[in-house]
Write a protein that binds this ligand. Structure first.
Ligand code: FAD
Length: 317
């Protein structure tokens, strides 16, 4: 199968790609196929599948006491990648996160992916567990996405954690995350970009950005990356706003701004359908402008809903 980075070397037109979430535990994979199916008409170059770390839940047990349990609500990233690749003949990109994994577990997951013929990964640190305020690495795991990129690159060079092992090498194409509005923990943009550069120098070959609603921020980010010496393809991540609640939830979860104009337009809507229309139109406008600027790919965050992406793709591709 093709490596994502090779698409951008050989294809000059703006490509289409999507990010999907694994189904909530208990939901069938058919429900996911039904959502993806209409998007296949637009020939996505790749489908990213997110990884969701464990969460703590409290269940009442005997005597009314609360028992803390660890659950993973959306398991199955690796299996879903293999299933989608086989069913739709499309490249899939599993997200690999540092949070919750030892280096050994990460190595084993990478070996599974290699056996399945999945050669693209997006290497991420991951967020804090929902009930915790800051990211805590696994005691035998990685602190930063940079360390994860190093581990994947080592495996590409045939270096396993057990140095005495002379194993076969993998051939992963590694993507990493970038933040046009700065990662929320970074003290300033300069510092964030210097760490992004380190991920590229360590072997990552493309960047996918956090969602943004103002293209100016993306264009500035690309300029700043180039000035920093980051010369790999930078893929804008886009998400249509689809309900009024997202005026609050998107900025608070993703640490991004909603432009005043979009905010005002949404606030003037009298029903949920109109909000969705405004959000989709905004995203179409963003997409067309980015396409005109010849970005390598437009990457859409579906967040479990494919019909707004379908409406956008119909207008843009
Ligand atoms: P890093 O690159 O490690 O950066 C984290 C912070 O540390 C930044 O502030 C950076 O400036 C700083 N930093 C980096 N390296 C160093 C260093 N060596 N020393 C000191 N500071 C440093 N999360 C999930 O849980 N699952 C997903 O599937 C998922 N998919 C995502 C997809 C995309 C495209 C994006 C943009 C984000 C995604 N996330 C996902 C969220 C992501 O995990 C969080 O934003 C996380 O907080 C940071 O991840 P990162 O890989 O950017 O981290």
């Amino acid at each position: 199968m093709t490596k994502i980075c090779e698409y951008f070397q050989n294809v000059k037109e703006t490509q289409f790609s999507i990010e999907i979430l694994p189904p909530v535990k208990g939901e069938s994979i058919q429900a996911l196929y039904n959502k993806i199916n209409p998007l296949m008409e637009f020939k996505p170059k790749f489908v990213d599948v997110t990884y969701h770390r464990e969460e703590y839940v409290y269940k009442e047990c005997n005597g009314g006491l609360l028992e803390k349990r660890v659950v993973r609500k959306r398991p199955g990233t690796v299996g879903i990648c293999a299933a989608i690749m086989n069913k739709f003949q499309v490249e899939t990109v599993p997200h690999i996160i540092c949070g919750g994994f030892s280096k050994e577990e990460t190595e084993n997951a990478l070996i599974d992916l290699n056996f399945l013929g999945i050669n693209n990964v997006l290497a991420l640190r991951g967020d804090a567990i929902k009930s915790e305020t800051r990211f805590r690495p696994h005691p035998e795991g990685h602190h930063y996405a940079l360390d994860l990129v190093d581990q994947i690159k080592d495996l590409n060079d045939g270096k396993y954690l057990d140095e005495s092992l002379k194993g076969s090498s993998t051939d992963f194409c590694i993507g990493v995350a970038g933040y046009p509005e700065k990662h929320f923990e970074a003290p300033n943009m300069k510092s964030d970009l210097s760490f992004l550069k380190k991920k590229i120098d360590a072997g990552a070959s493309y960047i996918v950005t956090q969602m943004f609603f103002d293209n100016k921020k993306f264009f500035e980010f690309v300029e700043n990356c180039r000035a920093e010496g980051i010369d790999v393809p930078i893929i804008p991540g886009l998400k249509p706003l689809v309900n009024i609640k997202q005026l609050i939830t998107l900025p608070s979860f993703f640490h991004i701004d909603i432009p005043e104009e979009l905010h005002n337009e949404v606030m003037s809507c009298s029903n949920p359908e109109d909000v969705k229309k405004i959000g989709v139109q905004w995203c179409i406008h963003q997409s067309k402008e980015l396409k005109k600027a010849k970005v390598p790919c437009l990457h859409y965050y579906s967040m479990g809903k494919s019909d707004p992406i379908e409406a956008i793709a119909k207008e843009v591709f």
